[in-house]
Design a protein around this ligand. Sequence first.
Ligand code: UDP
Length: 381
Amino acid sequence: MKFAIVGAGLSGAVIGRELAEAGHSVTIFESRATIAGNCHTERDAESGVMVHVYGPHIFHTDDEEVWHYVNGYQRFMPYQNRVKTTSRGAVYSLPVNLHTINQFFGKTMRPDEARTFIESKSDQTITEPANFEEQALRFIGKELYQAFFEGYTRKQWGLDPKSLPASILKRLPVRFNYDDNYFFHRFQGMPENGYTAMIGAILDHRCISVRLGTRFTPAEASAWDHVFWSGPLDAWFGFDLGRLGYRTLDFEMFRHNGDWQGCAVMNYGDADVPWTRITEHKHFSPWEHHDGSILYKEYSRACEPSDIPYYPIRQINEKALLAKYVARAKNLAGVTFVGRLATYRYLDMDVTIREALDVARATLSAIAVDQRPPPFHVQMD
Ligand code: UDP
């Protein structure tokens, strides 16, 4: 069969490869001049540092098959994300761990003491946290919430944390030991030659052709046996019901000779510091040596039509609009919506790959019995 895939990011590449391996012909349309979507990495000519062009991407997963999958296309080097945060003139360790708690409260507590102490600070009247703020007050209490999460979250999302889902905070653990690994997954690492090289290797198959700098319009869909769309869901419909809300990021690049901040990612918890975090890219490749350094100061703001969408906001307004687009999409045949933008979800890389593998396999099973793949392979209600 002849498949068109729109977008050469993780979803498009993984689906394309699975279909190509099964002998189908795959054409990938990518409007940008580069593959790899927002995972795109590029070596900085001046310093030689591998830059995460669209912001920090750290690969972590509990999914053994996905870990083997990515390792099949690129060597993953040991990397553990250890994030720091600057708040009210002091530097602390994230995620909130025993070091953070002892430093913040000026104490020398052992794990059980800290647990009891934080419980005494937390709001036990909140049994079912209904939003981001309640989740924080329930699990870490007011002081830590205000120092590390309230200001950062307002800057990152442009919203009152009371109107954000608790699930955003559930991404971060709270630890009563000195483990400062940002993630709790079994597997974590960084591709030796960057994500673009990894995705390039996935796309390197005789049945796959990639058309860079080429926009695909839904009107062209009938020329293909099936289309996989990883662009924004509302873009498929020409935004005719309105636009789903996103946050976009601006990066202010600066250089330094030497080591500017001593870690890859420094967050800024204070509301009056306009950026959310600073990334020093060379620390993502600790196995390399570079004298020069390139850094990104990261600012978050509302995404305008001409901006790159990063984070789906998924607030009440967006949910109502999303439901309308989803209802329309469900009546379509010949197209499957995949990935972060087309399913409008905050997806980590490993989940994106897992879903892409599942979609591709379900597609192969469907066409084997002459059925058309459905528009969605994930729960969209
Ligand atoms: N967050 C925060 N302070 C921090 C780090 C994270 O308030 O120092 C909140 C913020 O709302 C953020 C969410 O936790 O959007 C998830 O953080 P994560 O580091 O997973 O964000 P990502 O790296 O995906 O942007």
